[in-house]
Each structure stands twice: as structure tokens, then as C-alpha cells.
Write a protein that binds this ligand. Sequence first.
Ligand SMILES: [Mn+2]
Length: 387
Amino acid sequence: MSVCVFCRFHYYILAVQWSNQILLQYTYVSVLLLVFISLYMLLFLHKSSFERSFLEVNKCFCTCTKCNPFPYRCREKKYDYYSLPKTSVVIAFYNEAWSTLLRTVHSVLETSPDILLEEIILVDDYSDKEHLKESLENYVAGLRKVRLIRANKREGLVRARLLGASVAKGDILTFLDCHCECHEGWLEPLLARIAEEESAVVCPVIDVIDWNTFEYLGNAGEPQIGGFDWRLVFTWHSTPEREQKRRKSKTDVIRSPTMAGGLFSVSKKYFDYLGSYDTGMEVWGGENLEFSFRIWQCGGSLEIHPCSHVGHVFPKQAPYSRSKALANSVRAAEVWMDDYKEIYYHRNPHARLVSSSSWNFNRIWFQCNNMKCFFVFISPETFSQTE
Ligand SMILES: [Mn+2]
């Protein structure tokens, strides 16, 4: 009898031990599971959200030794936030995908200091995609500082941007493409430079986001500057020696003969003074070179700030027709290139056949220099490269 009682007791003890062990194992397993789930969410799930993990964007700058475009000194720069001007960010779009458009918006909201961001103005250039109608309106209604305005007909990039600029309240206009991701600290250098020099038009360094995987690839080596070829196509170049010498520090702006066009900040006052954009430009293309020539020839400067980084998805192919780009280039050549336009026509005989009304820009009133000055002082390399 006593043995049996002992047996029962023994079994009871064993049962308690087993259940404890099982419980303990379950606890281990669930803790492990939780760790795995959190890691998974941290590493992968954010890719499908609009707010990309700061870690991911930063990895190129922090761990990758091959590409180290972000000079360490940029992080040491201090800004007097109360004295910097505020900016309106104008983002024009036409049939853009939901995810890329909202990633752009969220990245601006996440990375811009509140005190420097007046508003984000989304300009719908008469898109016909369903997701950009009521759903977008509802979504934007829940976001602080974001406004959505719509064009009544297809206007093209230039006039859509101007529509946004016309209602902007900030002292600085910052134009962004609708498939960008701003990097932490992108805004301060642009605004600080314009506060220092009002006639400076400043572009961020454009980092590459892979169009297929959306991986943030960054920008290998030193930032490149803009040029163009004789078909009036924008090209990238390494910074010439004389410009490297002119800069006193790695964090100084780099003067660039032309801009890619999608991303830049400009003082609203200066932009209006300089005649904003040529409103005769259709759809897309050519407006960036026209504006670049105008800035340099009429007393401004066009610069790239090495401390400001914005990612941009370079599409594999254009999302819409660029057939109007040629007529836009002809307009740019006619207004700004003087006799050099003959070289352009010589290289592009079909450009002569394009009927393009020209822009009556009063170069004398603005005391603008000629194209020769541009080649001699601003871009001698571009001329020798493309001659
Ligand atoms: Mn773009």
C-alpha cells in the first residue's frame, strides 16, 4: 500500500516535472518565434510599407566602403533652424503608382524638420488612374501639411509645377519628382545655401533606387555634375579639377552647368523674378536645360549640395510619351544658344523641321550674358567634350 502511495507520488512528481519542462520548452519556442517575427518585420515587411527603414537607406552610407558619398563632415554641420526659410515641396504627378507617390510624400514628412516644412503640394496633372481619384483624396485628407490640387486638363510637367508654385506659401520652392525618397538631413543644406545666396538654385545629390527591386543603391563616389550633348540631351560628368580647387571643403556646393530637372530648391522670389518656367514647354524634357542656361546666363548659379541626398527611381522606360521633348529643346536652343544653335541643328537636322514657337524672353532687360560666356566660364569641359 505504502509502495503504491509512493508510486503515485513519484508519478505525480514526474508529471509535474514533465509539464514544467513542456511549459518551459513552449516558452522558449514562443520567445524564439517572437524574435523571428520581429526580425522579419524589421528587415522585410517595411519594404512593402511607405516608410522605408532608416537602417536600410543608411546602410550604403554607413557600412559600404565602396560608396561613401556622404562626407562625414556633413553630419557635423549645425543649422540655426529658427533663421532658415520654410519650404513648400511641390510634387507634380501623372498616373504615378500609389506606392511610389506615397513613399515620396511620407519620406518628405519623415525627414523634413517640422519647422522648415511649410507644406507639401501634390499636383495631379490630369491622371486617369482610378487609385489617384477618391482614394488618394481620402488618404491625403488624413495627412498633415499635405494638399492635393488637380489640373483641369493635361498640362505637362512645367505647367503642373507652376500650378503648384502659384499656391505655395513657403519662401522656398522645392520641386521633387513623384518617385523619390528623401534621405535624413536632405532639406537643411538646400535651405541654408539659399538663405546664404538667394540667386542659388540648389539640387540634392540624386541617389539611385533600383526600379525593379526598389533597393536604395545610393551614389558611388563623388557627386557628379550635369552637362549636355549637342542633341541637347542631359548628361552626367565628374566634377572638373578647377571646380574641386574652387571648393574649400568637401561639404561646399559643387557648381553644375545643368540640372537633371526633377529635384531642386529655389527661392520663390528669385524663381518669379527669373520668369519661372517657359510655359510653352509641353509634357516633359528640355525644360531642365532651358532653366539651367537661363540661371547661369542671367546672373544666378546652379549648384549641387553634396550633403543633401534624395533617392530617385530611374524608370526603365518612360511612363508616357516624350514626343514633345524635341520641340522643347528647339525652344531652349532658340532663346539661349545664339549662334551655337546652328551646331545643334547641324547634329539634329530634323529639329529644323519641328515647328516651335519661341519664347519672348527679354534677355536685355535681365542683362543676361550670351552662350559664349556660358561655355567659357561655366562649362568649358562640356564644350570640349561635345564639340
Ligand atoms: Mn523622375
